[in-house]
Design a protein around this ligand. Sequence first.
Ligand code: SF4
Length: 480
Amino acid sequence: MVNEFAYCPRLAYFEWVDGEFADNAETTEGRFHHRRVDQAPTRKSKQAEEESGEATIHQRSVWLSSERLGVTAKIDLVEGEGTAVVPVDYKRGKRPHTAQGAWEPERVQLCVQGLLLQEQGFACERGVLYFVGSRERVDVPFDEELLARTRERLDGMRAMTLATVAPPPLVDSPKCPRCSLVGLCLPDEVGWLRASHNGEVPGLRRLIPTNDDALPLYVQTPGAKLGKDGECLKVKDHDEVIGEARLVETSQVVLYGAVQVSTQVVQELCKRNIPLVYCSSGGWFYGMTTGLLHKHVELRRRQYAVAADRERCLQLARRFVQAKIANCRTLLRRNHRAAPDTVLQEMKNDQTHAGAVESLESLLGVEGTAARRYFSEFAGMLKEAEPGARFDFEGRNRRPPRDPVNAMLSLLYSMLAREWTVTLQSVGLDPYLGFYHQPRYGRPALALDMMEEFRPLIADSAVLTAINNGEIKQSDWFER
Ligand code: SF4
């Protein structure tokens, strides 16, 4: 944690106070190298060490802690002779060519290990950083300057853990593009929002968040069994494997209807914080199993505080509705055969109007008007995949939807609401307490808030793609 704090206090706060952690190529590679370091030495390597006659102490993965310093550390390797020891910390990559031989976060982390060894009565005046990429050892003397810097970092870190708000992001720092939590931290966006409140308009860098390759696993076969085999989930139907997915590539598991699931799968999913979702065979969302509730209490406290503040709710709700209208308008412009200019202009006016309303009730009115304009032109975005097989659409209807297009829209909206409910819960927010949609028993109000702007982008455009590409045809439908 000291290493992360020295690298960026905000990163340390996310990882150690909020409990957020994400891997990127560098953290994965680092863990891989440490796994090798942690492996117990073989008899052969032990014998070689003894024969070399060098250090008589050669201990790997040493855990030490100190109440006085308030820190715990796992030292990769302790070398030494008698009471004089040297901590060795393994680092991925090559030795950086800096004046002090290594970056400050690494030197501070090593110095903490030295302080812990000193507490145990060892003489420890220096440490070693071993860079796996270039196979180089860098000597780090624990001089007065480094000791003072380390104590300063430890004090700062303790103060940070007591704070209820994360430290501000670094400004235009070259550390951010390499940071594993850049997608969560959004340093430039946060900086931009803060500065724009003060009337400044700073530039935005293009930061690429880590690519989350995990996908949901849907199991729909009635009577199928979901089991675990090593690092894989396997779906069987009468002892025949009909599907499998690697656990590391699974974001959630969704079971439709009568699908059996083993206890081992439930435990493994809880351990990995992968939600297990139960739906009826028709897609009705029954509930889900997740690991322990997210530990980020402060996040929920702030959510409740904002939800109780009508002015803040209105500010957020305006943004949700404005974004939704803007996205609907964009979809019309891109897909309509000839979107009427009057409708596009009216929707633009609705968007502006939504940003200036004085109450949530007025906002509902503006949103409803914009939705009517949008759906009045929705049919213009539907194409005939086959001659004479056009889908009719005369406006939005629901509960129940009365035609195929409305049925598809309703299904996708309900899937989107479920997706947001699962996501919000997994990041520690309460999906039932919204800012725009008011709380009502059983209604995932925050999920409904969050999905507003994604309705046209995800649900509507998926319906248009399925129909216009001929993936769903009139002949796929029947009425009872
Ligand atoms: S993205 Fe930058 S500011 Fe944010 S946590 Fe990482 S290093 Fe810190």
